[in-house]
Write a protein that binds this ligand. Structure first.
Ligand code: ATP
Length: 229
């Protein structure tokens, strides 16, 4: 069964039509890569799913609910955990306080999250603002897991990080997939890593879905056309 189904989604920023026909489905336990060059509409799609911006038209179904028909605070409780672009932890709060601030009951608690990221365990009482970029990213993922989501969304989670930290994040995503069966939507530019972890990819081009399938089936020609690599 589909956990998330986005159909014909359109989003406008004033007169500018950022999205006009985005289509995307994610099944339970599926890892889907949302791809496309800069400015093609990935973050806008995520913001619409998380109800951070209004949809102009189209529909978003999640876990049997019509998301766009719900008030944003109710939609938030249905179980979508977002790791936003640019991390955004609460800098003055400690690691522990950051994690507790988003906690909701379920499998993921402080012990399990710090077990997944041992580096955070050592820094439990340190302020988030004093962490390295990589540690802050791990904290951002930990915060999203603490909400015990049914769907985890990662927007450019490895952007700007050192290769060793990026690798750690990819292995965490692979572990989440293998061990927990969490559904994951991931936006990233690393084609090789996405090919290894994603069951399917959805490519957006100028506000519309233009291709969907297993990344192994994406021809070099289409890779070049839609991803510019
Ligand atoms: P990137 O990889 O650069 O983050 P993206 O694929 O996530 O790109 P979006 O950020 O969704 O793309 O942007 C889609 C389009 O909407 C772009 O043309 C962008 O300029 C425009 N846009 C994004 N945010 C706003 C905003 N707040 N106001 C007006 N236009 C916006």
């Amino acid at each position: 069964m589909n956990l998330l189904k986005v159909e014909n989604l359109a989003v406008h920023y004033g007169a500018s039509k950022a999205l006009f026909d985005v289509n995307l489905v994610i099944g339970e336990a599926e890892v889907v890569a949302l791809m496309g060059r800069n400015g093609m509409g990935k973050t806008t799609t995520i913001k619409a799913i998380c109800r951070m911006i209004a949809a102009h038209s189209g529909s978003i179904g999640f876990a049997g609910h019509d998301l766009l028909a719900l008030p944003a605070h109710k939609a938030a409780r249905l179980g979508i955990g977002l790791v936003p672009e640019g991390r955004r932890c609460f800098a003055p709060l400690t690691v522990r306080e950051n994690l507790l601030a988003s906690a909701r009951p379920g499998h993921w608690d402080i012990e399990r999250v710090t077990g997944l990221f041992p580096g955070l365990a050592e820094r439990r009482d340190q302020r988030a603002g004093s962490l390295s970029g990589g540690e802050q990213q791990m904290l951002a993922i930990g915060r999203a897991l603490m909400t015990n989501p049914r769907l985890l969304i990662l927007d450019e989670a490895t952007e700007g990080l050192a290769p060793v930290v990026r690798q750690e994040i990819w292995s965490v995503i692979a572990r989440l997939k293998a061990d927990t069966g969490l559904a994951i939507l991931v936006v990233d530019k690393s084609l090789r890593e996405l090919t290894a972890v994603a069951d399917r990819a959805v490519i957006v081009e100028r506000g519309a879905t233009v291709w969907t399938g297993a990344l192994d089936n994406l021809s070099p020609d289409l890779t070049n056309r839609y991803l510019g690599v």
